[in-house]
Ligand binder design. Structure first.
Ligand SMILES: NC(=O)c1ccc[n+]([C@@H]2O[C@H](COP(=O)([O-])OP(=O)(O)OC[C@H]3O[C@@H](n4cnc5c(N)ncnc54)[C@H](O)[C@@H]3O)[C@@H](O)[C@H]2O)c1
Length: 448
């Protein structure tokens, strides 16, 4: 045990970069150790980066607000299809802003270096490609694309452009995800064989019933443009403000939420993704005309690869969850498990394997020479928490994007990573609606 622990510590010190670990953390008999995670590398800023925001709704606004917390970042233009959002943008970020309902007007501007895309999913692909072709760096919200057919088009445009493009599953830039990756590599939980993730909600807003502005109409919403790349329909405020419920625009629970769990898991394990995907679920409660389930379960087969042994993943999303309200990602290995959050990782490992196997007990009774039956001990728990004042995953994600732009570097969550996280999420919907298993080639990113 002590030997194992020493090897583990040695590996950790070799692998460890981002975290600070005091020796006291590993006090031999402690069962509940706590270590503080710190962001040690300051973000560089030596040139101004000017932003254009396309899609100034809930997340686009949060993205821009977070981006502007970084030094030498400015916003010059905002595009949205609802007049009310353009007015709010000017109130928030200044009257000097150029505002428009046509994102191509933003792309034409020479004073825009980078675009944040916070539109509904059905616009991601086209705006990404147009922005990259216009020579802009791109921060695109997740999921990168609306369907797997679109993935390679974005990847090709990005490769051709030479620009930095990052996808907005910001959790992978958290201290928590970084620590989990480091711990797995150091053997803290042994070999991965299983992972599970859960997203639980029970509120109208959590189930996407967002409020609709009282004055919204086809006079102040550019509806024609909104549906110009999908089926034409008469103006419908539900389809505009609650777009997640409809397949023409959204990608269901898996595209909205599973994709975060895939991103974190792939980051932690270096995985390219599953090769078999299946989903079940149903519409149990929010029967408001939505086209997607409100309870969804996904099961995924991760084949053995150079990066990791074969393992299974189980994901659940429940919008009628009256019990737990918890959201988590758990990674299970042969020697322990990790509960991974963006600002905390809890590693549990068994100090000693006890047995309550009736056959072994029977054998022990028969064989008096066998020493007294061992008891199950509580698992050794190590808690890694961020230090107070940590600015969070979202801030760090933008920091990495800006550093890559300034230094001509790269980001982990580039379009290839983004597509590998989006594809299994999108294929969950295909499995659910087609009622079949889907085979996927995660290396070449193709249906098989
Ligand atoms: N990373 C995260 O944690 C996170 C959280 C929430 C949402 N998101 C993602 O952010 C995106 C936006 O989600 P939201 O909740 O902010 O939606 P939202 O409805 O609040 O905002 C979308 C905005 O895009 C605008 N829009 C639609 N089509 C447009 C177009 N062609 N050009 C310009 N503007 C357009 C709409 O007018 C609206 O204001 C989605 O892709 C979603 O998956 C990510």
């Amino acid at each position: 045990m002590e030997n194992n622990r020493r090897t583990f510590l040695k590996k950790l010190s070799l692998a460890g970069a981002a975290s600070a670990m005091s020796p006291a953390v590993f006090a031999a008999d402690s069962l509940n150790d706590v270590s503080i995670l710190r962001r040690n590398v300051p973000m560089r800023s030596d040139s101004v980066i000017r932003i254009g925001l396309v899609g100034a709704g809930i997340m686009g606004s949060q993205d821009l607000t977070t981006a502007l917390q970084h030094a030498d970042v400015e916003v010059v233009a905002v595009c949205d299809l609802f007049q009310g959002r353009l007015e709010t943008a000017k109130e928030k970020w200044g009257n000097h802003l150029f505002t428009t309902m046509d994102y191509k007007e933003v792309l034409k501007r020479k004073d825009v270096d980078a675009i944040i895309i916070g539109t509904p999913d059905h616009w991601h692909k086209q705006i990404c490609i147009d922005a990259l072709n216009a020579g802009k760096h791109v921060y695109c919200e997740k999921p990168m694309v609306h369907s797997v057919k679109e993935g390679h088009e974005v990847i090709n445009a990005w490769k051709k452009s030479g620009k930095i493009m990052v996808i907005g599953s910001q959790g992978i830039s958290s201290l928590g995800n970084e620590k989990a990756k480091e711990l797995l590599a150091a053997g803290a939980i042994g070999d991965i064989n299983y992972a599970e993730g859960f997203w639980a909600r029970h509120s109208p807003e959590g189930a996407w019933q967002y409020s609709i502005p009282a004055d919204a109409s086809d006079k102040n919403v550019d509806w024609k443009r909104y549906v110009s790349n999908t089926q034409n329909r008469p103006f419908d405020p539900l389809r505009f403000f609650r777009w997640r419920n409809y397949l023409d625009y959204g990608t269901g629970m898996s595209g909205d939420l599973f994709v975060h769990l895939f991103s974190s898991l792939h980051f932690i394990t270096n995985s390219y993704g599953p090769n078999k995907i299946s989903a079940m679920g149903g519409l149990r409660y929010w029967k408001d005309g939505r086209e997607v389930p409100d309870v969804l379960l996904g099961m995924f087969q991760y084949p053995q690869s150079e990066q990791h042994p074969g393992f299974n993943l189980s994901l659940r999303c429940n919008f009628v969850d009256g019990t737990s309200g918890s959201t988590y990602l758990k990674v299970v290995g042969s020697k322990g498990s990790m509960d991974v959050k963006w600002d905390e990782v809890v590693v549990k490992s068994n100090l000693q394997a006890g047995s309550d196997d009736p056959f072994l007990e029977q054998q022990a009774k028969l064989n008096q020479a066998v020493e007294q039956r061992k008891k199950i001990l509580p698992p050794r728990e190590m808690v890694y928490k961020v230090e107070s004042g940590y600015k969070g995953a979202h801030y760090d994600h933008f920091g990495k994007f800006f550093t890559a732009i300034r230094e001509g570097g790269s980001v982990i969550e580039d379009p290839v990573f983004g597509f590998r996280a989006a594809a299994p999420a999108l294929l969950c919907n295909d499995s659910y609606f087609q009622d079949k298993f889907i085979s996927w080639d995660p290396v070449n990113m193709k249906l098989t």
